[in-house]
Every structure is written in C-alpha cells, then in structure tokens.
Design a protein around this ligand. Sequence first.
Ligand code: ADP
Ligand code: MG
Length: 713
Amino acid sequence: MNLESPLDSLKGIGEKTKHLFATVGIETVGDLLAYYPRAYERYEEPVSMRDLPQDEIVTIRGTLTSPILNRYYGGKCISATSCTDGFGEVLLTWYNMPYQKNSLHTGETYIFRGKTKKKGKRLLIEQAAVFQEEQYEALTATLQPVYSLTKGMTVRMVQKAVKQALAALCPPKGTAAGAKTAKQAASAERTSECNSAAEAVDYLPENLQKEYHLCLWTEAVSQMHFPDDFDSLQTAHRRLAFDEFFFFLLQLQNLREHRGKETHSFHIRARGAADHLIASLPYPLTGAQKKVWADLCRELQGEKVMVRLIQGDVGSGKTILAVLALLTVAENGYQGALMAPTEVLAAQHYDSIRALLEMSGLPYKPLLLTGSMTARQKREAYAQMESGEASIVIGTHALIQEKAVYHALALVITDEQHRFGVRQRDNLAQKGNTPHTIVMSATPIPRTLAVILYGDLDISVLDEMPANRLPIKNCVVGPSWRPKAWEFIEKQVRLGHQAYVICPMVEESDLVDAENVIEYTETIRQALPADMRADYLHGRMKPLEKNEVMGRFLRNEIQVLVSTTVVEVGVNVPNATVMLIENAERFGLAQLHQLRGRVGRGDAQSYCIFLHGGKSSEVAERLDILNHSNDGFEIAAKDLQLRGPGDLFGVRQSGLMNFHLADVYADADILQLANEAVTKVMALDPELSLPEHRKIKAIYQRQKERQGGQISL
Ligand code: ADP
Ligand code: MG
C-alpha cells in the first residue's frame, strides 16, 4: 500500500464509494489523504438571550417554559414552544417534527442552535438543532471538519476512509491499531513501533524535520482530518504547507536550470505595427506602460530568450502590452499565443483584441481556441495554427493540448498566471523552439517573496494607473444597509450602468451562514423592477453556460450579475459601476481588492460596497483598510499585519497562487524555510541520489508527471 494505490485497495471501499469519491477527484490513497477539510467549525459557547441579534445563527441555553404544542394544518405539523435563560425569551418552532413533543420537556434546559428571526416583538428560531447540555459541551471542545462534499458523500465516509488509509500506510502494532481518536493515534505514533512505521513513510529526512521543527507527516495528515485542538491543527498545517512549498520550489529549481540562459533563433526587428496601434489608441499609454513596452521590445529584439513577469495592479492596463507584443511577433512572421485561465477571460481577450486590431486597420486577425468549442471548430483552429495562417492565438488550456502544433511559435503570454501549473507553462514553452515567455499578474507580492517564487523571471512593474480613472468610492457597511445597497444598484441601472453582486457560496448550506448565489438571485429579482434583469454565475456551471451568461452581461442583457468569485480574474465590463460584496468578512483583502478591480474600468464613477455579516468590530476594521487604499501592495501588507494566527484557517488569500493548503502570505515564514531547505538539499545532493532523499525524488518525479498538479506558479 502506498499513496499511489487505487482507492479501492483500502478495506471497506467498494465500487460505489470508489465512484462517488472519484467525482470529487479522489482516485488514489494519496488523493484521499490530501482531501483536507476546507474549513473547521467550532460550536461556540451559548450566548445570553438579553440582546440576541436578529437574522443570525446563534446558540442559546434555554429552559422550556411550556409544553410543546403540535398543530396540524392539512396533514403538516407545526410544533411550537418557547424557552428562556432568565434574561430573555425565544420562541421555537419545528416543522413536521411532531416527536419533539415527547423528547423535550417543560422545565428542562437544552442547547438550541439556529437562525433568529423577528416575529412581532419577539425572536423566533425555526428548526433549531437541539442538544443536551453535556453533549454540546463535548462539541464545543472540538473542531468539526467541513469538507467539500458531493451528493451522497458524508463527513463520516471521508473520515472513515482516511482512518483506514492511515492505518494501512503505517500499520501500528498492538492496541494502537485504528485508534479511536486522533489523540490516541497521535500519542500511539509517538511511541515505539508505530513511530518507526510513520517515520518509514515520511519523505522528509529526520534532520530536516528536526531543524525546521516539523511534525511527522502522518501525524499532520491525521490532525488535519481529526484535529485535537487548534494548536495541533496549526502544527499540522505548518508541516503540510512546508511540504507543498518544498516540492513547488524543487520544481522551480528545475525550471531555473533550463531557463534564462538559452539563446533563440527568432529574428524580430520590425515594430511598425505596434507603433501604428499605439498611435491609433483612444488614449495615450501611461509612463509605466511605455517603460514596460520598451523592456519588451528590447528583449524581443535581443539574443536571449525572454522570461518576464509583468506585475501590475488590476486596471493598470496589462492587456494592451500583451497585444503589442503579440502583434510585433506576428509582424515579423512568427506566431504568438495568449493563454487565459478561464474560457470567459479567453473569450473576452479575443473580442477586445479583435476589436482593437480592426479599429487600427491592421491586417491581423486573432484566432480563438477554447475547450468548449466543437470538435470541428477545434480541428479547424489547430489546422490554422499548424499552417501558420493564424499568427495570434488566444485561448485556454486547449492551447497546450497535444493536438496543438504550431508553425513558428515565438511568444507565449499567460494572463493571471498564478492559475497555471508550472508544468503547463513548461508544456506550452515546449511547443516552440523555446519561445519567449511573458507572464502577467495582478497579484501583489512583496519583493522578498517574489525573489523566491519568481526567481527565474525578470520582473517589470506597472506602477501607474491610467490618468482618466476616477478613484472608486468605497463603503463598509453592515447587513441592515442591504436595502439601501439594492436601491443604489437600481439607481445606477436606471442610469444605464450595471452591477456585480458577489456571494461566497453557490448554494444554501446548513453549516455556513453566508449568502449564496442561487437564493440571492431569486431574492434580488423580486426586489428589482420587472424590467431589470438579474442572473447568476458560479464555478460549478459548465464553461459554455458561463460564457453565455458572461456574454449576456457584456451586452447589457443582464444588468445585475450575482456571482461567486469566478469573476475575480481579469473580467472587463467597463459599463459596470457597482460592486456589492456580501459577507465581505469571508474574503481576504487581496481578493477583495481584485474583486473591486472589476469596476472603475470606464469613464463613469464607480462604487464598491463591502457588506459584512456585522458581528465584530475587527471585521469592520480590517475591511476599512480597503476604504483607505487602492494600492494592492499596500493592502496585502496591511492585511498580513492584521491577521493573527487564528485567521489561518478562515480567510485565505485564495486569489494568490493555487496552493492546495499553503498561503503565500500567511505562511510566508514557512515559504522562506522551505526555500532554505531546498537550497540545502540541492547543494548537498543535486541529483537526489542519497538514500535519505530517495523518497523526495520519487514524489518529485511523480508530481512532475502529473499534468497540472496542485502546484502552480
Ligand atoms: P489589467 O491590468 O487589469 O489587465 P486591462 O488591461 O484590462 O487591465 O485594462 C483595463 C482598462 O483600461 C481597459 O478597458 C483598457 O482599455 C484601459 N486602458 C489600458 N491602458 C490605458 C491607458 N493608458 N489609458 C486609459 N485607459 C487604458
Ligand atoms: Mg487583465
């Protein structure tokens, strides 16, 4: 049994479970163990009924003041009673649960958990979860893992499978086998035989574990799924984040060896087309754009293969630089490819680049290639790429599929590159005779981290915004402000503009109290006048559906787009002037800043409303940073300062590089350590041939083989 073993090599995993798990991407034992909870819930202490908030999930300790009354309406039963804690009273109702009447008794005290609602002057909780006091106390001491589950999958199923996998990987001898709790497992691991088994599966040599104060890998995995407490969880996170960075950096090291030194045989001299385009733009380039364009020209015309990162805040105007570079390559008889992380973005780039070229009267037509095109359309596109007829190709991953053969690929640009795998970048580069590479990113990264993460790239920074921009007006408000926000949206739509509303969730969830796209769209549709259209967009929709919705939004057939963060990356609808972000407390500041960047792209005044759940002043304080700064770098730095370790598992800067678990900002210290470790290992044993590095090498190679992988740059 090893991490590569298929899932059904575990005892108790049959065909059905195997297929179910496969739908969420779990195929091997390793996949299973790495299927970490996406969050942890803690059952909070009950609160006093004195000043209970309205419309929030609360936990109360209440004594039933009257027997439960069951009323029947057309075969449906409503059970009602009330409870008190001496400071206040709350009404309780349950729907179709007549048996509550026999299980809850007047004068006895229970814990109730549910969402409060105003009913007349009183507060009501419908369908409250009921716990005995001792039962709830035991729960408050634990962290409950929350997994992303698909239909038919339960937390219990995942945990059971994880337990089996851990036991099978490092079989404990004696009674420790299949320990009941993580504590037992962990303490068993610390003892004798089990310990040696755990060490045997650990890839990291003991000296590195000691030096960087890391726990055993098996212990870390076990704690992720069965956390003892917050401290152990943090220790586990530290170890696993270290691993992730470690292998990522190992791959980078490998890239570095091949990059930056090569010469190329492209002959790129002419740049008349780009000059012509610049002259026909409706705006002058900013100073920063001119400077970066000069960098690009110099390198395109030079001898060495260019590998350059263009970093610029949202709205700083990166796209035009990509167009200029692509155009120059095309003018000189070569091909250039622009790869975007989503179909929506690829289609949008295609449209705007085609319009730009048409407007300038230049004889170049871009070609679009995306995964959702029909087989025939794709075939035609591939043919044009192979013959060289298409000189500017724009698309998604389809650009690097095996069928994509280029005639003379000289330049590869990836937009919002942190969504791409190192390997994908490499793949695309291999499609040509080592083409020039430009990666564009809006991700603000402190210099020290950039040196580690992008060590193999030269960096150009676009540190100036186009002059015609009106700064976005911001406000941070609580939920009571929502009706006003909607009115405001209505007014802007009346003026001919459009709005985004961002919700953290796709669908209603019992565990997470946050707005969801589907229900929200229904509600806002009711609230808006009949002639205004609202629709939704989320990551679980098919690419074609997403394109279609985005297309309608672009054409102003949809005025209010309710969406998850799928719109975060690079979408450009200049007519949109309002961004309303619900549950803003659930997002990292850098991500909120990216979201805000979707408005303020045209001439009209734009607005961003951060609506938070209204619980703590800390939240408002953190969000307030966004009120005062429009500078992505500054925001990221301040966010980092404000975030305590307690935030580690809450808000993630998920806009930044697609690490599975590690967070470049929050785990910056671990990143530095992993970098140090990689440097040491490579200095000592560049081929990874020493026995203690054998396992590192195996994992490293396996990751390399896996297309895409978790690791991305
Ligand atoms: P990002 O850097 O976020 O990718 P874009 O390239 O999408 O930004 O540019 C955002 C908007 O700014 C686009 O509508 C683009 O046409 C416009 N733009 C780009 N450069 C300038 C400029 N120098 N002056 C005015 N508007 C510009
Ligand atoms: Mg962009």
